[in-house]
Design a binder for this molecule. Structure first.
Ligand SMILES: Nc1ncnc2c1ncn2[C@@H]1O[C@H](COP(=O)(O)OP(=O)(O)OP(=O)(O)O)[C@@H](O)[C@H]1O
Ligand SMILES: [Mg+2]
Length: 369
């Protein structure tokens, strides 16, 4: 996938802007509030049909305008494709791909992008649900069956929790709880199977990229810590049995708490650097490097599934990385896919001159240097 051109009209702080990116590395350099993230957001919107940060689509329209427009030219599987997005005040939006109006799922499926933002550092520092969300939504979202099982699992869980409170207060008998135990175990096992399958592809890639990004100096470890004990060859049926028995063992405690304490909604992806918890000990730079390794792994997983690579969008990825680690990162990225990196730091293209474009932003005006 290659973005050849994007035209922004009344998008955020841009009255109008035409951007012809380099096919490999693109650096967008500018001071605070010049429009770096807004530009990345425009590229992301064209590739996925949505923003990762706008609460309402209205926010994307320039304050002085009534509608925002993006027009992009992509090269995909040897063909040039036109993608457009129009957003009108009041929230009406229209996306087209090759002249045909489509929904955002179609855009995401046909185009797609991998995104790094400083918010992703929560993946390392944040509570376990951030990492579960990453597994389920960012890595797993293109498996329709997975999304469905997750939804069914959460529904079953919700019913079981409500039932626990009913039983505890004497309004329902334990027999009803058996029904929800079955459902939670059945869907929970499906979720577990999918997660373990995802991790079998993801972990070796992330570990390898982390090694590259630290020049071999540090080792990343990833461990899936589950509320049920599992072995590498467990079948779905066996996992159902293990979850069922786990639920039975914890029933008394669950009744006291009014919440289910066994199942994949309580599992954790533990991240280790040289054997120590990254959540507790990783430095700022190490946290960034972990997330970069995750994003590179994500890129490869999508490529293996779809046969082509997404563009990589990295907002403010270089800060907190020393020059050596910045070089490791750029070396890992160059040649893989088209990359967009925003930064406030002045930048020289040493070593990457022929493989990169440097763009300077000043008050929403973009200039190639
Ligand atoms: N709908 C809009 N219309 C006009 N201006 C907007 C709109 N939405 C955001 N802005 C402005 O665009 C400016 C640039 O925002 P952006 O987030 O792109 O900055 P940035 O270059 O990434 O800065 P930083 O280095 O601080 O992250 C901000 O001052 C913001 O207020
Ligand atoms: Mg920004």
């Amino acid at each position: 996938m290659l973005l050849k051109k994007i035209h922004l009209i009344a998008w955020r702080n841009y009255p109008t802007c035409e951007f012809r990116p380099h096919p490999e590395l693109n650096f967008v350099v500018g001071g605070n509030a010049t429009g770096k993230t807004n530009l990345l957001e425009a590229v992301y919107y064209l590739c996925t049909g949505e923003s990762w940060r706008a609460g309402r689509e209205d926010e994307l329209i320039n304050w002085d305008a009534e509608r925002a427009e993006l027009v992009g030219l992509l090269a995909r599987d040897g063909y040039e494709t036109r993608v457009t997005a129009t957003i009108e005040r009041g929230g009406r939006k229209r996306l087209t791909l090759s002249g045909r109006q489509v929904g955002k799922q179609v855009i995401r499926h046909a185009v797609g992008a991998i995104l790094f933002t400083p918010w992703h550092l929560n993946l390392v520092q944040g509570p376990p649900h951030e990492r579960r969300h990453y597994l389920d939504i960012e890595l797993g979202s293109s498996h329709l069956q997975y999304s469905r099982s997750l939804e069914q699992y959460h529904r079953a869980l919700h019913h079981r929790n409500a039932c626990l409170r009913e039983v505890a207060s004497g309004r329902a008998g334990q027999a009803l709880l058996e029904v929800w135990d079955e459902q939670v175990a059945a869907y929970g096992a499906k979720v577990l199977v999918y997660r373990l399958q995802l991790l079998r592809s993801f972990c070796p890639l992330a570990v390898r990229f982390y090694r590259d990004l630290t020049g071999g100096a540090e080792t990343l470890g990833l461990r899936y810590a589950s509320t049920v004990e599992f072995g590498g060859t467990d079948t779905e049926e066996l996992l159902v049995r293990k979850l069922r028995s786990g639920l039975r063992v914890r029933r008394h405690e669950d009744l006291l708490r009014g919440a289910t304490t066994v199942g994949p909604h309580r599992d954790e992806l533990v991240i280790l650097i040289d054997g120590r918890s990254a959540r507790s000990y990783a430095s700022q730079g190490q946290q960034r490097t972990i997330v970069c390794a995750f994003k590179l792994a994500e890129l490869e997983m999508h490529a293996a599934r779809k046969g082509r690579r997404h563009v990589m969008l990295m907002d403010d990825v270089l800060s907190e990385l020393d020059p050596e680690h910045q070089q490791y990162l750029l070396r890992a990225l160059v040649g893989k896919t088209q990359v967009f990196i925003t930064t406030t730091q002045s930048f020289t293209l040493d070593g990457f001159k022929s493989r990169a474009g440097l763009f300077e932003l000043q008050g929403a005006r973009l200039r190639e240097v």
